[in-house]
Design a binder for this molecule. Structure first.
Ligand SMILES: Nc1nc2c(c(=O)[nH]1)N[C@H]1C(S)=C(S)[C@@H](COP(=O)(O)O)O[C@H]1N2
Ligand SMILES: [Mo]
Length: 406
């Protein structure tokens, strides 16, 4: 909303209903003044984000979270990173929204309103970890182009919706169905109406997992606009780019979906390791599927100062794509020795797991705490940035924090 348009069309009573309370001294407001409560030029207010989040780009909006903001077990909206490839849609209403399911491998083409989805299919709630494939990109050398995510492009919210598999079952699948592709209504940054900013998806096997949702609620409320209102896919454990926002169409494909950002270097990595900076030909690139094991220390914040003799309670989360986290270890001596943290089981498959431990430091001085997670196939996080790739995906290097004992 532009400032002037806002003022021209807004009376004091309309303003009161917007703010949710009367503006007592409204008559004294200077001409052209925008009350702070409705100032949409402030992205933190606009999207209800914590002031500590970091804006990486505003055209389109890309906003990163911070390790300490991700401390709650279920990520609140205020701490959820935002990733957009195009422009966030405006003026959406849920009541006239439809989701069309089609494609050469769908037995029938069907269209559902949001209410039809809610009444026709059983509703499920899962906590699901979504991590941007480019989380950690900032650390690659040579530099990988794109948003320079550090550690905060991950969240685990509680999502409510219907199972994609139930909807696919209602539509019917032909025997040759291999992939589901999504389409959302966000606009390409060129504003060319024939271009989609992103149109990805996943194989039928992922679509048929019971946790793969067409979601309408997040943390018990309608999904916030920036996170995909009124309908989004949630495919936990996979790069979050598979979880289409603002979806109005799903296509059941007889081949790997060929939508925008399915080819070239987009969300693909060399099938076999390459030297940093090396050119990789198209046919040697593979689509990212399950994300690798990773963890984040959410308490304390790096730079914490601890009193001599005081015990430190450390905590955070670990996740492993489609796998389970089997162990989380920590080191305070730069990796010379490692000890196990306590590790909780996941509340449901594809939700992150919480770890904690109590640390006793041997004396005054500077320490680093390193945390390393293992998955149930015994893969663990590397200490240094793993396999360079052209777009800087899949950096699951160990998170570390600095602390001082004084
Ligand atoms: N329609 C649409 N869906 C999308 C995107 C997008 O730009 N448009 N970005 C994808 C990417 S790359 C990521 S990481 C996640 C981010 O979800 P979030 O903004 O809710 O955190 O949404 C995915 N779904
Ligand atoms: Mo992403």
């Amino acid at each position: 909303m532009k400032r002037r348009i806002f003022l021209k069309n807004t009376t004091l009573s309309a303003l009161a209903s917007l703010i949710g309370s009367k503006v007592i001294f409204g008559a004294h407001m200077p001409k052209d003044y925008i009350p702070l409560a409705v100032d949409q030029s402030d992205p933190f207010k606009l999207f209800n984000k914590d002031k500590g989040m970091v804006i990486l780009n505003d055209r389109p909006w890309n906003i990163e979270s911070q390790a300490h903001l991700l401390d709650p077990k279920i990520t609140p909206n205020s701490a959820m990173f935002v990733r957009n490839n195009g422009f966030v849609p405006e003026n959406i209403t849920a009541h006239n929204w439809t989701l069309r399911v089609d494609g050469e491998s769908a037995l029938n083409f069907k269209k559902y309103t949001v209410n039809e989805l809610k009444s026709k299919f059983k509703i499920y709630t899962y906590q699901l970890t979504l991590e941007c494939g480019g989380n950690g990109r900032a650390e690659f050398d040579p530099t990988a182009k794109g948003n320079q995510w550090t550690i905060g492009a991950v969240h685990c919210a509680s999502w409510t919706g219907v199972r994609l598999k139930d909807v696919l079952n209602d539509v019917g699948l032909k025997n040759d169905a291999v992939y589901v592709g999504y389409h959302g209504i966000d606009k390409h940054i060129s504003l060319d109406p024939d271009k989609e900013p992103i149109s990805r998806g996943f194989p039928i096997s992922k679509a048929l997992q019971k946790e793969t949702l067409i979601a309408f609620n997040m943390n018990g409320k309608p999904i916030p606009l920036i996170h995909g209102f009124p309908l989004r896919l949630v495919a936990g454990g996979w790069p979050a780019s598979a979880s289409g926002k603002w979806i109005n169409r799903l296509s059941v494909r007889n081949k790997i979906h060929d939508g925008a950002k399915m080819k070239g270097t987009a969300y693909r990595v060399p099938c076999k390791p390459v030297a940093p900076g090396e050119k990789v030909s198209d046919e040697d690139m593979c689509i990212i599927e399950s994300m690798p094991v990773k963890s984040i220390i959410t308490y304390p914040k790096t730079g914490a100062v601890i009193k001599k003799g005081q015990l430190l309670n450390l905590r955070g989360h670990a996740w492993a794509g489609e796998l389970e986290v089997s162990k989380v270890t920590f080191s305070i001596d730069f990796g010379a020795t490692w000890k196990s943290c306590q590790l909780e089981t996941a509340i449901n498959r594809l939700a992150w797991q919480h770890f904690s431990t109590t640390i006793k430091f041997p004396g005054i001085g500077y320490y680093e705490i390193w945390v390393k997670a293992f998955d149930n196939e015994n893969n663990s996080q590397p200490m240094i940035v793993p396999g360079w790739n052209p777009k800087g995906y899949l950096n699951n290097a160990c998170h570390r924090i600095a602390v001082k004992v004084k």
